[in-house]
Design a protein around this ligand. Structure first.
Ligand code: NDP
Length: 296
């Protein structure tokens, strides 16, 4: 293996430390505690794990953490009423509705009912539009985490060729916008892309956000490229459940210059960026300077 392994766990701990430092300063100098409300509808086990871990880390950085757990059959009107209450609550600076929502709820309607200034997931249509037009917005957490790691590793990204495999609204599209914002030459690939391996081999930065275990192998990677593996896939191997990315680590690491592992790469950055976004939202709401290095 020749690639540098980008340690997302350590980097996320550093980001959370920076957030905690800013929070302490906000409390000390302004008497303001940033607050994050997480809304979970139903009892999907994976979502419950995420929500618990978000709550724990929110408290650890000194923020107010509020959890609303609603029954699976919650009526849309009741969920919208809760969001309206949180929108109006001055103690709450960030609102996150855990996805996926049960089928009877209209996710787009629910997400677009969040005050865009409190939309720390960056999924509100206003934030999508602001990001797309290069204006100040709330940026989706996973792509923001990828961008932070890339900036940390490369310094300037200007002029680099970036290929993003995947065009979802949550990862692929915002990732491409962010890379464009940092002056990369960006290609978005997807399931209809012809000769994907050849397209990927043109990349100085290759972001895999496909949702297919170990699909990107070493022959998709240009020598010395940086591979950011967003994928989280649970597979059975040798009778055990294993977590793997969308990139096959060993063959990619043999060719790449740098690579994020799974687990311990992009994953930990997502919650760190949620906290960073909550801090940013709080600073904006109070007319204070935004924390440097924690936004796009
Ligand atoms: P989606 O399923 O919404 O999107 C997958 C994308 O990959 C689609 O655009 C699809 O193309 C494309 N794709 C699928 N198959 C192929 C193929 N054979 N060749 C080329 N492109 C293909 O997934 P998400 O964006 O939500 O998530 C992607 C991965 O990231 C998943 O593994 C997910 O678990 C992980 N993830 C990790 C997070 C983290 O915190 N680290 C957070 C969010 C997601 P098309 O549009 O043509 O169908």
């Amino acid at each position: 293996m020749s690639a540098v392994v980008i340690d997302g766990k350590a980097f996320a701990a550093k980001v959370r430390g920076q957030v905690a430092g800013h929070v302490a300063q906000l409390v000390r100098d302004h008497g303001i505690t940033p607050g994050l409300a997480v809304v979970l509808v139903g009892s999907d086990p994976a979502s419950e794990v995420y929500v618990k871990s978000k709550g724990k880390m929110t408290v650890e950085v000194g923020m107010l953490s509020v959890e609303h757990k609603l029954p699976v059959d919650t009526a849309e009107a009741d969920l919208l009423a809760l969001i309206a209450k949180l929108n109006a609550d001055p103690k709450i600076h960030g609102i996150l509705v855990q996805l996926p929502l049960p089928g009877h709820l209209n996710s787009e309607l629910v997400i677009n009912s969040i005050d865009p200034a409190k939309d720390v997931d960056g999924f509100h249509i206003s934030n999508v539009g602001l990001l797309g037009t290069g204006q100040k917005s709330m940026v989706p957490c996973t792509p923001l985490g990828c961008l932070m790691m890339l900036r940390d590793h490369h310094g300037s990204l200007s002029g680099l060729n970036a290929v993003v495999v995947g065009r979802s609204n949550i990862v692929g599209k915002p990732m491409a916008q962010l890379l464009l914002g940092d002056s990369c030459t960006v290609t978005i690939a997807h399931s209809r892309t012809k000769d994907l391996a050849a397209v990927c081999r043109g990349a100085d930065i290759l972001v895999a956000a496909v949702g297919r275990p170990e699909m990107i192998t070493g022959d998709y990677v240009k020598s010395g490229a940086t591979v950011i593996d967003v994928g989280i896939n649970r597979i059975e191997r040798d009778g055990k459940t294993k977590l793997v990315g969308d990139a096959e680590f060993a063959s990619c690491a043999a060719v790449a210059g740098a690579i994020t592992p799974v687990p311990g790469g992009v994953g930990p950055m997502t919650i760190a960026c949620l906290l960073a976004n909550t801090l940013t939202a709080c600073c904006r709401a109070n007319g204070l300077a935004e924390p440097e290095g924690l936004t796009a």
